[in-house]
Design a protein around this ligand. Structure first.
Ligand SMILES: Nc1ncnc2c1ncn2[C@@H]1O[C@H](COP(=O)(O)OP(=O)(O)OP(=O)(O)O)[C@@H](O)[C@H]1O
Length: 839
């Protein structure tokens, strides 16, 4: 019984890699093809192809039968029954177990890993080699196999050295030599040793078997089949027989017995046959060597071709790399140039931006100055038109906001440009430091530059848009100012038309507030309506019966300010510029606020004094005295006359206008004013002239053909304003105190009558030149008539004088009279102010 060592390390190496597995498989296939030449399994066959070849167990049984004919029973290895096929495999596996060869399992062959199968067959191959050769051969094979990792250690060699085993081994060896044309094809690493194996085997076996006694040779020959004996034994037998025969016959050729000769003949035939087999085997080996050599040479040629191709490829790659480096170098140079170009462009852009910024600043300053000037002009105008142009201020504010926005935008742009510039500098540094990223950085710079250009263009656009916007705003304001003039002219026209429609004497009533010391006093004013209605209550007659209603053009309550009063009177003043004669006179009892309304409060500022300085000249001539009713009572009338001469530049028409501001002395009841002496005389004169004014008014109201203007100086002065072509406004002043009820009522009744006076439509000097001339002629004629009246009076007195004058002096008198006529026809000067103070 031969036990075979197991080589775990070998099998672990077998499974170390798929390449090793393929190599093992190839070795096994070559070995199988050597043993079974009819098999013709391709060396490169896969695991599955090998599996298909071995699965029925036939090939395995054939191998085993060749290597070990006695190991299988005589049932053979039928090929058609799967049961029997698996039986074949099982028998093979049983033989492996018996031989101590590592086996595989049946499922491995059917569908599992072929590694175990291949390993088993490799082990069988080694076993067969070790069995065929002698110990030296085994050692040689082991040495050769060790190259592939098959080497069993000396200590693990199979126990072939006991007698029984050795015999069995010899039997097996012989059998192998007989049935196997080629024992095995060792791997390439084994090849150099193969030839020695047989040689060494013969030599070693000779050493082992030469000691067999010749006398025992026939016994041995008889007991063993020749075919089963080792070749060396056969040679020993042959040599022993011949040596013995030669020795007995003293060098003569002996006559051998028939059976010995037959034995010798057989042995020699067997030896010849074995030598022939060995020769075939060597030829086959030689062919295999040549085939392998050719195969290796072809592989070498392929490798050389691959090497040259690789070299060419390397050359190509190198040249391409060089070209690429050149191109990159050129690109780098190009990028550096482009970078320099961009730096120059940035500098130019910066310069351009600075210039644009400067231009913008200049433009902004100019615009600001223009806007400021425009705003100043507009504000002056707007001041005149507080109500109408309150929104103009807002527009100016909008303009200022726009300008501020523009400045902020410029600042923002400058800041953003600064940050952009810094960012570019950073990029430039990064660019120089990291040259490999140059291209990418340049792309960024390009895109950023374009974005900045775009931004600058957009900013320029927005600037021009803003400028246009501001220009349009300024234009709109200019248009609005123009419209304002048109509206103003329209207002004037409408006012004049309204005045014409309503009649010429307008009556405004103003009630002064109680004075600081008059708290708790009862007011006679019951109600004031917006439509000019005023209700006065009789303090001694409470209830509706004691109330009397008056209707005027306008009633100002105690809270009305000077500004409010003026805003309503302003159109009258404006009419003077348009060539009308206007008379505004304040009427009312003493202390009712006439002077206050006409000149303003005592504490007027210096600026308020556009005209008051001139008035002051007159006031110096005006008599003022304290009465029981007014500490600073005006003891004379005050008439401020403004002569206006203007020229319409469009039409060339010359305009003349007069504005009479009349602050009448107060009507008073002397019993109340408690005046005596000169004050009493003043009061009488005042009352007389006021009474004359009343007469004129009544005459006008009744459309009387004769209006007694000449009854007082006051009516004479106001004649032109109380006439048909003037606009007359009477400001009726009231003292709300209940104690002044009767004066208040008489004042209001007088005013009521005045408000009923209808004068002729006022005419402007510019409306019709002929009319104006006629008016002037009429006025002149009137003045002439007045002069003539005076002349008549004078002549009458002269006539009286003539009666006693000598006759020769009468022509002189006539001459003087003519000169006097000429003097009485004197004309007014151009626009001037004159203060007449009289009482
Ligand atoms: N609207 C008013 N608001 C405040 N104080 C007023 C007002 N009107 C008149 N006064 C005050 O009433 C007083 C009398 O006013 P003012 O001298 O103007 O009356 P007058 O009618 O001119 O009197 P006279 O006829 O005696 O000259 C003054 O002290 C004046 O300051």
């Amino acid at each position: 019984m031969i036990s075979f060592p197991r080589f775990p390390c070998v099998f672990s190496i077998f499974s170390s890699s798929s390449a090793a597995a393929a190599n093992d498989r190839e070795l096994v296939i070559e070995w199988l093809n050597t043993i079974l030449p009819d098999l013709s399994l391709p060396t490169e066959a896969s695991d599955d192809e090998l599996r298909a070849c071995l699965i029925d167990g036939t090939v395995l049984c054939k191998i085993l039968n060749i290597l070990r004919p006695d190991s299988l029973n005589q049932e053979g290895y039928p090929e058609n029954s799967s049961v029997l096929q698996s039986g074949n495999v099982k028998r093979f596996l049983a033989a492996m177990d018996e031989m101590g060869i590592p086996r595989f399992e049946l499922p491995d062959l059917e569908m599992g890993s072929m590694k175990t199968v291949v390993n088993c067959l490799l082990a069988l191959k080694i076993h067969s080699l070790s069995s065929v050769e002698n110990l030296s051969a085994i050692s040689s094979i082991t040495k050769a196999e060790s190259i592939d990792g098959y080497a069993p250690t000396p200590g693990s060699l199979p126990p072939l050295f006991d007698e029984e085993t050795r015999k069995a081994s010899q039997g097996l060896n012989f059998q192998c030599a007989v049935h196997s044309p080629v024992v095995s094809e060792p791997p390439d690493t084994e090849l150099p040793h193969v030839g020695h194996k047989f040689h060494e085997a013969f030599q070693l076996k000779q050493v082992c078997d030469v000691e067999l006694p010749v006398t025992k040779i026939p016994e041995t020959m008889e007991s063993n089949n020749l075919e089963n004996g080792p070749t060396q034994s056969l040679l020993s037998v042959v040599c022993g027989i011949l040596d013995e025969s030669f020795e007995t016959k003293n060098g003569e050729i002996p006559h051998l017995p028939q059976h010995v000769a037959s034995l010798l003949s057989k042995a020699m035939q067997e030896i010849g046959r074995r030598l022939s087999t060995q020769a075939d085997h060597l030829r086959t080996q030689s062919n295999l060597y040549r085939a392998r050599e050719e195969k290796h040479r072809s592989r070498i040629r392929e490798l050389e071709a691959l090497l040259s191709a690789a070299r060419k490829e390397t050359k190509n790659v190198n040249s391409k790399m060089e070209e690429k480096q050149k191109v990159e170098k050129q690109e780098m140079m190009k990028l550096v140039k482009e970078n320099e170009k961009y730096i120059l462009e940035i500098a130019a852009l910066k310069e351009e931006l600075e210039t644009a910024g400067m231009m913008h600043k200049l433009c902004s300053m100019e615009m600001e100055a223009e806007a400021k000037a425009a705003i100043k002009v507009l504000q002056m105008r707007i001041k005149d038109l507080e109500c109408l142009f309150s929104d103009s201020n807002n527009k100016v504010k909008d303009l200022e906001v726009l300008l501020a926005d523009s400045n902020n935008k410029v600042k923002d742009l400058e800041a953003s440009f600064e940050s952009e510039r810094q960012r570019w500098n950073m990029k430039e540094k990064i660019y120089r430091s990291f040259i490999d990223f140059q291209f990418e950085a340049m792309q960024d710079l390009r895109s950023t530059s374009l974005a900045i250009k775009q931004e600058i263009l957009e900013t320029k656009k927005s600037y021009s848009y803003d400028f246009n916007h501001i220009e349009s705003k300024v234009k709109a304001l200019t248009d609005a100012a123009g419209n304002y003039h048109e509206i103003l002219a329209e207002n004037r026209k409408l006012f004049n038309e309204l005045q014409d429609l309503k009649g010429n004497i307008r009556v405004y009533c103003r009630i002064r507030p109680f004075l600081p010391g008059q708290t708790g006093k009862q007011s006679v004013v019951e109600n004031i309506s917006e439509n000019g209605q005023l209700v006065i209550a009789n303090p001694s007659k409470p209830g509706k019966d004691g109330q009397r209603s008056f209707k005027f053009n306008k009633v100002f309550g105690p809270d009305a300010t000077q500004g409010e009063v003026f805003s309503d009177i302003k159109p009258f003043v404006q009419s003077v510029v348009d060539g009308y004669n206007v008379c505004i006179f304040a009427y009312g009892q003493t202390g009712s606020g006439k002077t206050y309304t006409m000149t303003g409060p005592d504490g007027a500022t210096e600026e308020e004094w556009d005209v008051l300085d001139l008035m002051d000249i007159g006031f110096k001539n005006r008599a003022v005295g304290a009465t029981a009713l007014n500490a600073r009572s005006s003891r004379s009338h005050s008439v401020v006359t403004v002569h206006v001469r203007g020229k319409d530049l469009k039409t060339g028409a010359v305009l003349y206008g007069n504005l009479h501001l009349v602050d009448l002395a107060g009507s008073e009841r002397v019993d109340k004013s408690e005046v005596t002496g000169d004050r009493l005389k003043e009061a009488q004169h005042i009352n007389k002239s006021l009474s004359s004014l009343g007469d004129v008014i009544f005459a006008l109201a009744q459309k009387s053909p004769h209006v007694p203007y000449r009854n007082s100086k006051l009516t004479q002065v106001l004649q032109s304003s109380l006439g048909g072509q003037a606009k007359t406004l009477m400001l009726v002043q009231l003292n709300p105190d209940a104690s002044s009820y009767s004066e208040t009522m008489s004042t209001l009744k007088f005013a009521e009558r005045v408000s009923g006076v209808e004068l002729g439509a006022a005419r402007s000097t510019k409306e019709e030149k002929d009319v104006r001339e006629l008016m002037e002629q009429i006025a002149s004629l009137k003045e002439t008539i007045v002069g003539k009246d005076e002349e008549i009076d004078r002549l009458r007195s002269l006539k009286d004088l003539k009666t006693w004058m000598p006759h020769h002096q009468r022509p002189l008198m006539t001459k003087l009279t003519e000169i006097s006529d000429v003097c009485s026809m004197g004309t007014e000067t151009d626009a001037s102010a004159a203060i007449h103070s009289f009482s």
